[in-house]
Write a protein that binds this ligand. Structure first.
Ligand code: I6G
Length: 695
């Protein structure tokens, strides 16, 4: 070995050791400038003789060139998700379930004579609000880093993960298996998140809603230089695949200690406790500490410490039985109410919206919150200039819970109920006994027409490709259409007068509109945008009445006679068909050739109509599922279709009959109701894991 090679090797070892002391032990032995000096020295040697560069050199963290996409790679062992507990009671039940199960299987617990339920050892740790990743080391060197993905397959983000200083590129010592997989959470500390958003705002760029999104966005950069510029961190929380599994301790806690010795960053707050009371005390301590922590956490994870017991308990519905995340309740913050505006919805509801000084709550920056209706404003006595207390659980829509009035001299006037629609100026009406105010011009109000035409053309309704919100807006602005029926008289010449339309695109849209006349009857009903008539109700109506003529003649009693249709929805249907303007549109749609009946041979109204038609048994067979909130990786329709294909019966309302609620981001009252009713709740990631084998 040349003297430069020796020097380079020594510098690498020294820098690796300093990194370990600084990032993992939090106990640096050299100053930053000394570290920089050593780093520069190594870089100089490597520049002079590139053959000295090794993959584990600290100079090689940001080596790779930008790529065009991330490759999909299978996990050696699935990356599952955790079940949740939302209260002390739920945690106690979880514990009792485990103890009962273990006793029934005659599993010897540590101290079988201890007070029942007190003898299980749990490893507790804060649940970090970051991104789960898997890191695979082969012969001590970082080989692959994957996102969780759908739990079975993740994206290869190795080059980006390498840029995170707390990720060891090479393990310490020599006592490690040939293959070692660890799992952890990548996160962005709160302060770094605030700084990134400050610079993004100053540069006029889009800001991230929360630290988790910022971490995900940083990790999914095609150019690792950008990832390297973001101060991401990692905490490792467990082992994954181990080529020498039998040589590892039974205790999860001891495994973490070993991982720390190998150079991994393990959260110093992790504790090994025995029995329920200590678990609860751990939770309470973190509920208090949470605001002072440098990173976001959304609960506490409890895991049975013994791997042998974990193995006995196994898994249920893709979550380990031996672990649970107890979530913190909704966080509350205070912010200033700037003003109260009114918005018109698709069905004409005129809703007050609070405009707030942006504030981070439950990990999300919030600047608007609905005030629901005038009664709510009166109840809170909310006025511009007041402070409001905002609450948001991890995945629930922000809510204003109370108002702290500004001093009288700074207080705005009470907000008056709108008398005119903010979109079209028509009168606003409020029905007796109904809290919601509505614009009285459903067919002429531009806001409603825009919504209703966009809905009419949407994929689940008439499925007119190329007719999205922007094009609808252009058609309305150019006065080429007024109602859905006008779409069917549009000509290519008319469309070509619009921006962005050439002969070819105009012809394509005209063709797509013509093709939509063949949409099945249930989708035509759905497309009409009748209040509270979603896809499921539209299917029921199509199946029960079989033609538009029969449906428009149906009275309240006939409608209520249909199973699952209540008086309110029945009332909306009657009201809709009572409006001559609506009937005129329907007549014109019929004249244009739009389907107005079920096909003759569809005696059962099956096919597209069958709710929950089971084609393949699977994890959803016979389950009544409700989807709420928004999904990030698929549309709600797509999710419902996929579950339906696996035997699920999707429904829009949560009731005691619901088996499973899928809560996407910003889930609200349905999630609360499901929790109250004790219905199983899973998130999008868990849904993807359940669907993954059936792609
Ligand atoms: O998603 C997770 C976050 C944190 C986890 C997890 C965890 O432990 C601290 N542990 C397990 C076992 C799983 N998901 C499946």
């Amino acid at each position: 070995m040349t003297s430069s090679a020796k020097e380079a090797e020594q510098l690498r070892a020294e820098l690796l050791e300093h990194n370990y002391r600084y990032y993992i032990l939090d106990d640096p032995r050299v100053t930053d400038s000394e570290y920089d000096r050593l780093f520069r020295q190594l870089k100089m040697l490597e520049d002079a003789d590139p053959s000295l560069i090794t993959p584990d050199s600290p100079t090689q963290r940001v080596g790779a060139k930008p790529s065009s996409k991330f490759a999909s790679v299978k996990h050696r062992l699935p990356m599952l998700s955790l079940d949740n507990a939302f209260s002390e009671d739920e945690f106690r039940s979880f514990h009792q379930r485990l103890v009962g199960r273990l006793r029934s299987e005659n599993v010897r617990l540590d101290d079988a004579d201890a007070t029942p339920g007190q003898e299980l050892a749990y490893c507790c740790e804060p649940k970090l609000d970051g991104l789960a990743v898997s890191l695979v080391y082969e012969k001590g060197l970082l080989q692959t880093a994957l996102t969780r993905g759908d739990g079975y397959e993740g994206e290869d983000i190795t080059v980006n993960i390498r840029t995170i200083p707390t990720v060891p590129v090479k393990l310490r010592g020599h006592d490690f298996p040939d293959v070692l997989e660890v799992r952890g959470e990548v996160l962005l500390p709160k302060a770094a998140f605030a700084e990134i958003n400050r610079s993004a705002e100053a540069a006029g760029e889009k800001v991230f809603a929360n630290p988790r999104n910022a971490a995900a966005g940083s990790l999914r950069q095609l150019d690792p230089k950008i990832t390297a510029s973001r101060p991401l961190e990692i905490f490792i929380y467990s082992t994954g695949y181990l080529s020498n599994e039998a040589d590892w301790p039974d205790s999860h806690y001891e495994r973490l200690t070993r991982l720390r010795e190998l150079g991994f960053r393990i959260n110093a707050e992790i504790a090994l406790v025995t029995g329920v009371d200590d678990c609860l005390a751990y939770y309470d301590a973190f509920a208090t500490k949470r605001p002072e922590l440098p990173y976001e956490i959304d609960g506490i994870v409890y895991k049975i410490d013994s791997k042998a017991i974990q193995q006995k308990l196994g898994f249920v519905s893709r979550s380990p039985r031996w672990a649970i995340a107890r979530k913190f309740p909704a966080e509350e913050v205070q912010t200033r109410l700037q003003s109260i505006d009114f918005q018109v919805g698709r069905t004409g509801s005129v809703t007050p919206v609070a405009r707030l000084n942006p504030v981070l709550v439950g990990g999300v920056t919030v600047s608007n919150a609905t005030l629901h209706n005038m009664d709510e404003i009166a109840r809170l006595d909310a006025r511009p200039g007041d402070d409001v207390i905002l609450r948001r659980a991890g995945d629930v829509i922000p809510q204003i819970v109370s108002v702290i009035p500004a001093p009288a001299s700074e207080r705005g006037e009470p907000v008056a109920a709108p008398t005119h629609c903010p979109a079209c100026g028509a009168d606003v009406v409020r029905e007796e006994g109904n809290a919601v105010a509505r614009c009285s011009a459903p067919l002429s109000c531009p806001e409603q027409r825009k919504y209703s035409l966009t809905h009419f053309a949407s994929r689940r309704a008439m499925d007119i490709e190329g007719l999205g919100e922007k094009v609808v807006e252009m058609l309305l602005d150019a006065r080429l259409v007024d109602t859905a029926a006008d779409l069917y008289t549009l000509t290519t010449e008319q469309l070509e007068t619009l921006d962005r339309f050439a002969a070819k695109s105009a012809a394509k849209l005209v063709d797509a509109i013509a093709a939509s006349t063949g949409a099945p009857f249930n989708r035509v009903i759905y497309a009409l945008g009748i209040r509270e008539v979603g896809e499921t109700t539209a299917r029921l109506l199509a199946k029960a009445f079989r033609s538009m003529a029969a449906l428009r003649n149906a009275d309240q009693t006939a409608l209520e006679a249909i199973h699952d249709i209540g008086p309110i929805v029945a009332g909306h249907v009657v009201e809709f068909f009572d409006q001559p303007a609506n009937l005129e549109v329907i007549d014109r749609l019929a004249a244009a050739g739009v389907t107005m009946a079920e096909p003759e041979d569809a005696a059962t109204g099956a096919g597209d109509v069958s709710p929950g038609g089971t084609q393949e048994p699977g994890p959803f067979a016979g389950l009544r599922v409700v989807l709420t909130g928004s999904l990030e990786t698929m549309t709600r329709d797509e999710a419902e279709d996929r579950m339906r294909a696996l035997g699920a019966i999707p429904s829009s309302a949560v009731s005691a009959k619901t088996d499973l609620l899928i809560a996407g981001a910003k889930a609200g009252s349905k999630l609360k109701k499901a929790q109250t009713l004790g219905i199983k709740v899973i998130d999008e990631e868990e849904l993807r894991v359940m669907l993954a084998p059936f792609v």
